[in-house]
Ligand binder design. Structure first.
Ligand SMILES: [Zn+2]
Length: 332
């Protein structure tokens, strides 16, 4: 039998889901195996007050009040909303390296602090409200601003905030790419004891996230942070990072110092799997060239195939990588 589950401070709560029924808002469907691997669905199921929760509820039903208060729980699982990260992109390693350089000389899979300049001098440790962090100076300042607003607007959510850290130089697992935590530009936010994305098997690809993170994401978005739940490879719900656009702004307005401002910076090379504003612009150009492409900001297999076709047609190397040459040909 399928289960309906949600994340709570005490772990994952699961309950049998009757044949043909949908999980209620804030709960997610799981298989018996997924539920079992979380450990203890037996003892947890008794906490669910009423199996009627899982039946469709009419608007006039008095149980509505219960549903509403349940929805405001920051730990409820909710669908990932549309339109997140609007106008923002996740910075690529090439951009980070051009702006802030290699964080340290030796890098492996262990978490280490940056030692190279100019980055090392820009890393600070400060209290940002709910906790202390160590990160890039303007990013830390931005966090303080974000959490001050959250404390005022959503004190209950604020009281449950924690972090799994900000600065950590290391490669992303099974890759030779550096995590953006390597430059102190990302933060993993915990609500209660829950880190969304890893709290149960498959949490990084289930299409749901914590209601509290959705609330937080609006504050992060306003300050120019990209929400990792939008990554194409893995829904990293706990993860927020300084967007490409924000970092470029900080570079050009001198926030990161005169040395960084003086560094030259090229547009990022776009490739399969990228998401964001730059991809949208690329798709718009392909559309103008007569290609039937959806302008959704997601550099998926269709966009990739179209790019290769275009490159071959104009006599460029058909490698599917959109750099300066391909961009120039698209603008002609
Ligand atoms: Zn992270």
């Amino acid at each position: 039998m399928a289960k309906a589950c949600k994340a709570t401070n005490a772990g994952i709560r699961c309950h049998d889901l009757p044949e043909g029924a949908d999980p209620p808002p804030g709960w997610t469907r799981m298989t018996d195996e997924q539920c079992e691997s979380l450990g203890g669905s037996r003892s947890l199921s008794s906490r669910i007050p009423h199996t009627a929760r899982f039946a469709p509820i009419a608007l006039s039903d008095p149980i509505d009040e219960v549903e509403e208060s349940a929805l405001s729980d920051p730990l409820e699982l909710v669908r990932i909303p549309d339109g997140i990260n609007e106008g923002l992109s996740s910075p690529k390693n090439s951009t980070m390296l051009q702006i802030l350089g290699m964080p340290r000389d030796h890098v492996d899979n262990k978490c280490r602090m940056p030692t190279n300049l100019p980055l090392a001098e820009l890393i600070v440790t400060k209290n940002v409200g709910p906790f202390r962090v160590t990160g890039l100076k303007p990013a830390v300042k931005s966090l303080k601003k974000i959490f001050k607003k959250v404390e005022k607007d959503h004190p209950e959510l604020y009281s449950q905030l924690g972090t799994a850290g900000m600065t950590c130089v290391r490669y992303i697992r099974n890759s030779n790419r550096l995590s953006n935590h390597s430059w102190g530009c990302a933060i993993d936010v915990k609500i209660g004891a829950v880190l969304d994305g890893i709290q149960y098997p498959g949490a990084g690809e289930d299409g749901v996230t914590l209601a509290g993170l959705v609330t937080l994401s609006e504050y992060f978005h306003k300050e120019g942070w990209y929400w990792g739940v939008g990554f194409s490879s893995f829904e990293d719900g706990m993860h927020f990072e300084i967007a490409d656009e924000t970092l470029r702004q900080w570079r050009s307005d001198g926030t990161l110092g005169e040395d960084v401002k003086a560094r030259s910076l090229s547009k990022p090379v776009l490739s399969l799997g990228d998401r964001g504003k730059d991809v949208k612009e690329l798709q718009q150009l392909l559309l103008q060239k007569g290609y039937d492409v959806m302008v959704d900001g997601h550099f998926g297999p269709i966009t990739h195939a179209i790019v290769i076709d275009f490159q071959a047609r104009v006599g460029l190397t058909p490698d599917g990588l959109v750099g300066e040459k391909t961009m120039k040909a698209l603008l002609e």
